[in-house]
Design a binder for this molecule. Structure first.
Ligand code: DP6
Length: 352
């Protein structure tokens, strides 16, 4: 794990720690985008996936999270400048319970977190969010955890967060068994793929929070879609082939597998009862542009998560042509260019 300078910290977060802070830490984590998706849990309470997945961590949209152990009677949580309430608060407080249990401590904490990117819009804010929280909270409570233990911990906050512990490409092993047995065997680890060094062009169609959470959509797909098991079976093969394609630096193969895996996931959601549809007409128009790029000889491939935004994988040499093609038509709210990013890291030592 690398440590970056505290000088980069946003002021409000640094202020939270104060001059004499003890048992406090700040961490930064980046979102990751799965090229072979995690969609479906075999154990809802331990967040154990049905299938393994593979992702790239991005260098955009970091989450910065500060945690200070406090004498207050309850946890306080601020997300993007506002007090967290309802489900958002409960997820953080439950997560802190896990950290406290492992650290053998019972004090509450003050948590302040901010996302540089859109929150809850299918742009992996829960992945960067829980990865940053896992690293900061473990340090603040003095939990002795290695990268694998932190990955398992982050998984309990949001499954995909276990992959954001690592920079570059990461594989999340599904693991075996449920409950505690599943818990120890289901973690992410980095895989060598840095030489592939692709670009990921993020076409933001809509940065509003989605109407249906990925957690609910995933549950509904697993429980009701006749396409779910066929997708999961195909996804195991996709993961195998994807690992080989990454290892041989075969970008067209990586892109082809990523695109079919994502389309299959969305197809399985469409057949859930009731149906879940994240893709909008604008998303589909972007998929057409990706097809047109390929027809013109550019290896560009799309992937979509729990939202209408489309991410296009391509070689760095083609990134500007891809950006220009996605901008055509003017129906994209924003375009962001991402490359491989770093793993989650502390920006302050804790406890001090
Ligand atoms: C479509 O990790 O957000 O982005 O574990 O319920 O918190 P929970 O779900 P979450 O789901 C991510 C789903 C996805 C695919 C992926 O990232 O692999």
């Amino acid at each position: 794990m690398t440590f970056t300078s505290g000088a980069e910290l946003a002021d409000p977060l640094a202020e939270l720690l104060g001059d004499n802070a003890i048992d406090a830490a700040i961490a930064v984590a980046h979102p990751n985008i799965a090229l072979v998706k995690y969609w479906g849990k075999r154990d809802e309470s331990y967040l154990l996936p049905v299938t393994g997945s593979l992702s790239m961590t991005l260098d955009i949209y970091p989450t910065t999270t500060a945690v200070r152990v406090s004498a207050e009677p309850a946890d306080t949580v601020e997300l993007n400048g506002r007090p967290a309430v309802g489900e958002a608060y409960t997820r953080v407080a439950r997560f802190l319970d896990l950290v406290r249990e492992r650290a053998g401590r019972d004090e509450h904490a003050v948590v302040v977190s901010s996302n540089a990117g859109p929150t809850g819009a299918g742009l992996a804010s829960s992945a960067s969010g829980f990865a940053a929280l896992a690293v900061a909270a473990a340090a603040a409570y003095g939990l002795d955890a290695d990268a694998r233990a932190l990955s398992r911990l982050a998984r309990r906050g949001s499954g995909s967060a276990c992959r954001s512990l690592f920079g570059g490409f990461a594989v999340w092993h599904a693991g075996e068994g449920d409950g505690e047995a599943g818990d120890v065997s289901s973690y992410a680890e980095p895989i060598d793929g840095d030489a592939l060094d692709p670009a990921l062009v993020v076409a933001v169609v809509d940065d509003e929070a989605k109407a249906i959470s990925s957690r609910e959509a995933m549950r509904r797909t697993c429980d009701t879609s006749p396409f779910y098991l066929p997708w999961a079976d195909a996804s195991r093969i996709d993961l195998d082939e994807m690992r080989k394609a990454v290892a041989r630096r075969d970008l067209p193969a990586v892109g082809e597998i990523a695109e079919r895996n994502a389309l299959g996931m969305h197809a399985s959601m469409l057949l859930a009862r009731p149906s879940v549809r994240y893709l909008s007409p604008r998303s589909v128009a972007l998929l057409d542009r990706v097809l047109a790029l390929r027809a013109n000889g550019i290896a560009a491939f799309a992937t979509m998560d729990a939202g209408p935004n489309v991410k296009v994988l391509c070689a760095r040499a083609d990134e500007q042509r891809v950006i220009a093609a996605l901008r055509e038509g003017g129906d994209v709210a924003d375009i962001q260019l991402a490359h491989l990013g770093p793993g989650a890291a502390l920006v302050t030592d804790g406890p001090r």
